[in-house]
Design a protein around this ligand. Structure first.
Ligand SMILES: Nc1ncnc2c1ncn2[C@@H]1O[C@H](COP(=O)(O)OP(=O)(O)OP(=O)(O)O)[C@@H](O)[C@H]1O
Length: 524
């Protein structure tokens, strides 16, 4: 019988706790998929990972252990107290004298433990962040010989965490001791008063012994209460951190009545568009751009002038803080995010590759892509021949974050991915890591191929791309300082001409020299 009830209890608590954590995990994951970039700018990845794992685990433990034990404690306490009152109400009243102390102490300890556990979870988040940054940036750490610096940084956080754990365990230990002390005091009081009653002849020794034996049955609930308080405080602080994620506002929200955008014609307008990452300084002020379908718009400017910010507004990674952005005349805030983003493709220079095969990485997000589609996309991206040169061809595993591919190959893989999606509007960053002349030519050809027939915004660093552009925008401090084509801007003798003389022309000369010399530096 007992075995059956134990099994039923374990089964119920385990499945309930797993159900709760399953739900929390999915909700957190779902939320993180949908919050905008502005949220990720502020939240550390390690901290989010800690919330999705350690905090969820703290809640699971409470549900698994604390909730059931709490009901057991309540039932036992009520049952024992009723028996005590029935046995001798006067003694029962005396034995309850410690209850107010117990309640006061528990409330105080619970508040302190909650603050402590919150701090523990925060430090744990910082520790995971330090580990995550170290692993992601391991190349930089090794290149700069910073292993010792990183170890000390990690050790400091680990020590802080150890200290915090120690403090909370100590508080829990002293709390447990205090609660036992109150109880022992009450027991002493009963023995003293009961003894007195026996002397007076109002109570027999047997009755007192029975009362004390029953009173002793409260030892278990009192000990458990200390543990439950700890587990509850931890679950409350973890629950708070979890709800911080679940309740986070995302500045980029889809309207409830958002329409689905069909395949766009590719007419893009920025109308008086302004944007600020924070309230202190605007990153874009009153930007006006009109890009006709199929047109190439090159964006140039000094670092920090707002080039990436402009293109980030188009797929709504951030929302304008003033003015509006339209595609085919409709405000992009009126359409669903999914349909908008399927119309706006992005070729990133530093593309993220998943630990999967080349085929899976090219077809990422397009489950309907056939083998033929994938090969065609790789051909357009000038990558097919190199893939075929690998021993496993399209089945080659790219390694974590594509570490087994060169920078040039990763960039062209990004182009192949975009070709497969076939978006009418394209955002491109044409900067390339230093590659040899042949790779440079292949990348350029791949870019020309992918831009064909699409309205393209290219953050331009190379003269070849700038020359192909229908319009060139030169940014300065978040505003468009100059606009026109190459010849018009050269004639203006302004910022563009400076950029041309200082950056674009020398680059082309180097490439020209390299091609004449037939140098091949290797695709890196
Ligand atoms: N996530 C962010 N949070 C806060 N400020 C940002 C953020 N990203 C960019 N900024 C600021 O906005 C301004 C414009 O940055 P942006 O990245 O658009 O410039 P950029 O021209 O693309 O620069 P680069 O050529 O160096 O990539 C800069 O002052 C930059 O510091």
């Amino acid at each position: 019988m007992r075995g059956f009830f134990d099994f039923a209890r374990t089964y119920t608590t385990d499945s309930l706790s797993q159900f709760v954590t399953y739900d929390f995990r999915n909700q957190i994951y779902d939320k993180l998929q949908h919050v905008s970039f502005a949220y990720h700018d502020k939240e550390h990845t390690g901290n989010l990972m800690s919330k999705a794992t350690a905090d969820v685990e703290a809640v699971r433990r409470f549900v698994n252990m604390g909730l059931v034990r709490s009901s057991e404690v309540v039932v036992r306490t009520l049952a024992v107290t009723s028996i005590l009152v029935w046995l001798n109400w006067e003694l029962a009243l005396i034995s309850l004298v410690f209850v107010p102390f117990l309640v006061m102490r528990s409330t105080m300890v619970m508040g302190r433990l909650r603050r402590m556990w919150l701090h523990v979870q925060e430090v744990n988040g910082e520790l995971v962040t330090a580990l995550q940054e170290n692993l992601v940036g391991i190349h930089v750490v090794k290149a700069f010989g910073s292993e010792d610096f990183e170890r000390r940084k990690y050790d400091k956080k680990a020590q802080e965490l150890r200290g915090e754990y120690y403090q909370s365990e100590r508080l829990q230990g002293t709390n447990s001791a205090w609660m036992s002390l109150y109880f022992t005091f009450a027991l002493g009081l009963i023995v003293w008063y009961g003894g007195w009653e026996i002397i007076r002849g109002d109570l027999t020794a047997g009755q007192l012994t029975m009362f004390v034996l029953y009173l002793n049955q409260l030892t278990f609930p009192i000990r458990s209460a200390a543990q439950i308080i700890n587990s509850f405080s931890r679950a409350i602080s973890s629950g708070g951190r979890i709800f911080d994620v679940l309740d986070a506002d995302s500045p980029v929200e889809e309207k409830p009545n958002a329409r689905i955008m069909g395949r766009s014609e590719g007419l893009v307008r920025f109308e008086d568009a302004s944007f600020a990452y924070d309230s202190r300084s605007p990153s874009l002020t009153s930007v006006n751009i009109e890009a006709e379908p199929g047109e190439i718009t090159a964006i140039l400017g000094a670092p920090g002038s707002g080039k990436s910010t402009i293109v980030n507004l188009l797929p709504r990674f951030y929302d304008v803080t003033g003015g509006r952005v339209t595609i085919d005349g409709q405000d992009i805030r009126e359409v669903t995010l999914e349909s908008l983003r399927s119309n706006v493709g992005i070729v990133q220079q530093d593309i993220f590759l998943f630990d999967a095969t080349i085929r899976d990485n090219i077809a990422y997000g397009i489950s309907s892509a056939t083998e033929e589609d994938i090969i065609n996309a790789a051909k357009v991206a000038q990558l097919h021949d190199q893939i075929m040169a690998f021993a496993h061809g399209y089945d080659t595993w790219v390694g974590e974050r594509g570490s087994t591919l060169s920078g040039g190959q990763r960039q062209r893989l990004s182009i192949a991915r975009t070709v497969l999606v076939d978006p009418p509007i394209l955002i491109l960053d044409d900067s390339t890591s230093s590659v040899d002349v042949e790779t440079e030519r292949q990348i350029h050809q791949a870019m020309v191929n992918v831009m064909k027939g699409r309205t393209t915004f290219v953050i331009a660093h190379r003269l070849s791309t700038v020359r192909e552009a229908d319009q060139i925008l030169v940014l300065k401090d978040g505003t468009i300082a100059e606009r026109g084509n190459h010849h018009e801007l050269m004639a203006q003798r302004g910022i563009y001409r400076d950029i041309y003389e200082l950056q674009l022309r020398p680059q082309e000369e180097v490439l020209l020299d390299a091609s004449i010399a037939g140098g091949d530096g290797g695709d890196n």
